[in-house]
Design a protein around this ligand. Sequence first.
Ligand SMILES: [Zn+2]
Length: 386
Amino acid sequence: MKLYGLKLRAFPTLYQEDLMKKFAGANRFAYNFYLAERKEVYDNTGETLSGARFKQSLNVLKDHELFKWMKDMDKFALETGIEQVEAAFKNFFEKQNGFPRFKSKHTSRQSYTTKFTNNNIQLDVEKRQVKLPKIGWVKVRFSKKQWAHMETDVFARHIKRATVSLQSNGTIHIALTIEETIALPPTVDWSAVEEQHVLGIDLGLSHFYIDSNGVKIENPRHLKKYIDRLKKEQRKLSRMVKGSANYRKQQKKLAKYHMRVANCRKDFLHQQSRKLINENQVIALENLNVKGMVKNKRLAQSILDVGWSTFVTFLTYKAEWANKKIVSVGRFFASSKTCHGCGEKETGLTLSDRIWVCGACGAEHDRDQNAAINIKQEGIRILRHT
Ligand SMILES: [Zn+2]
């Protein structure tokens, strides 16, 4: 379940617009009335007049000649005015905002919020109209994006509330808060997945990754170019007088390169993760303790540059959306040092040994592809046991 906000341009009739203005006025009245009462009670007694207490007294007032106009109002417009004061005080006490101020007809946006009860608010997507309490069906317009969203398959939609706002230039919006229950994707029995649908990938340093089929993906070359440029500009900055005009100019330039590096990397990571998710059912990868590895200074720069953890994040959420699976294989699983053919462990390997020959069975291994195959096999083993 998640909340979706749908803000629609509304085209009420003149009569409906008049009612909307009245309800916005009622909201402002309730807000200002409660704020004034609360201040007065506090000044005289030091006590706080609760919103619930004030609501009760307002209900009594409705029978009074002077206040019986309230009966014609949307009662939620009044209630939410009281709730807005309470929220304003809460913000004030949490030091996020100044002391609550009165709403003025001229300076504040005219708006009111009404709540859903007994189908008083409805949305008719086909006829492009929204039903509001005491106002009836109001014509609305959807943007293309909103229309596309309403067409997506959602298990259930429940309207929680609607806020009507009237701009001084005459435009009117209705913002609906809708609780959407997403249809559950079909459940897949991952423990029975076929081996050919599982891909193991080994994230590398000399290249971005290598998969269990031996496909190597290189790091994007222009990223390296941008990083080199970034380092050069950084050195220039360090030689300048702090706070000088040139220094500030150079800072701006540097920020631009930082942004380019970040965007370039992000595009690449999105592209690669999208491709992997489209082409595979299950992706097995090493559960990298990036923080731990970054302690090794020689490796630090390149690991940060490749953005592995971001990559794993992208893969994970894309997999979730597409109903695919990411299996993470234990970090201390000796993936590059174990022969995937016979299981023999080679203890003498260092990071610079790219190719090695298994001492037990004589098979020659590309260090990284061997690791990717081991990761795939370990991934399958994990799936079979869950
Ligand atoms: Zn072997």
